[in-house]
Design a protein. Structure first.
Length: 288
């Protein structure tokens, strides 16, 4: 067979496609990977293409014999391994589909998927695992660089976890900077966030910590700004993530740019940035 694999969106290699590639190539099929995710289109048309995945069907899953495959790293030209050490989550956040798609938390075998000295963990809640210490020790002992790009649950942090995490070779998505990711998605967890961030900072430098802030879901802009100010006061890096159905909100888009591009470090007041940005855009668009 001649098999074509198409990645339409997403910055990361699609692990389902990587496993499909392994399965087909073992059968002697000719597999071609077509990555159009790096191109920007206003509209995409497809003809006679089998499409799957969460974006198409939330209940879609790979057959068991394909799911068991080691991802095809060669075809996708990656210099790091990628996978899950667990699936599901102990939380049931209203903005998240993980519980509906994957169910309750459970551990999975992951060591077979690791073929490099770098590993991108896609876990939804790594620290919820009863085997969290065993897993971290595996990465420490084998000197494997790991990226927890999906974020760790700060509510589960204690002194023991923070101390062991400090010994892990944690990195950002590109394995370039030292980075641990957490989230402060709901203002209601402010007291526990403050308690846990103080524990983290006893063992891990603030400059190594990035905190995701979900906005445009069920919060006011004041609550969004308050969370930014709290994170900034601890010296950690905040990162705004706009909830999908609010991307048309210009104020949130400006807020995201001001925070994520670190403009707040040179222009500390958001309203000043908004005025400067508005004046700049009007000057550019002003007819001669």
């Amino acid at each position: 067979m001649k098999v074509g694999l198409i990645q339409i969106d997403g910055k990361l290699p699609n692990i389902a496609l990587m496993k499909l590639a392994s399965w087909h190539r073992k059968k002697g099929d000719q597999v071609t990977f077509i990555d159009i995710s790096s191109h920007k289109f206003d509209r995409i048309y497809g003809s006679k293409i089998f499409m799957g995945g969460t974006g198409f069907d939330i209940k879609a899953k790979l057959p068991k014999d394909i799911e068991a495959q080691i991802p095809d790293y060669d075809l996708f030209n990656t210099n790091y391994s990628i996978g899950f050490t667990s699936r599901g989550c102990i939380r049931d956040c209203g903005f998240c589909i993980v519980k509906e798609k994957e169910g309750s938390f459970y551990d999975v075998d992951f060591s077979k998927d690791i073929k490099h000295s770098k590993y991108l963990a896609l876990d939804n809640n790594f620290l919820a695992s009863p085997k969290w210490k065993e897993k971290l020790k595996f990465f420490i002992d084998n000197k494997i660089k790991i990226s927890f790009n999906q974020g760790l649950d700060i509510r589960l942090i204690d002194d023991e976890k923070a101390e062991i995490l400090s010994k892990v070779l944690y990195y950002d998505l590109k394995f370039y900077q030292r980075r641990l990711y957490f989230a402060f998605d709901d203002p209601i967890i402010e007291p526990i966030f403050k308690e846990k961030i103080k524990i983290l900072l006893k063992y891990i430098p603030a400059k190594h910590i990035m905190i995701y802030i979900l906005v445009g879901n069920n919060t006011t802009f004041k609550q969004d700004m308050d969370r930014f100010n709290i994170i900034n006061s601890y010296g950690c890096d905040p990162f705004i993530m706009i909830y999908n159905n609010r991307r048309d909100n210009q104020k949130l888009r400006n807020f995201s740019r001001w925070v994520n591009m670190r403009i707040y470090k040179t222009c500390p007041k958001f309203e000043d940035y908004r005025r400067l940005n508005y004046a700049k855009n009007n000057t550019i668009n002003k007819p001669e």
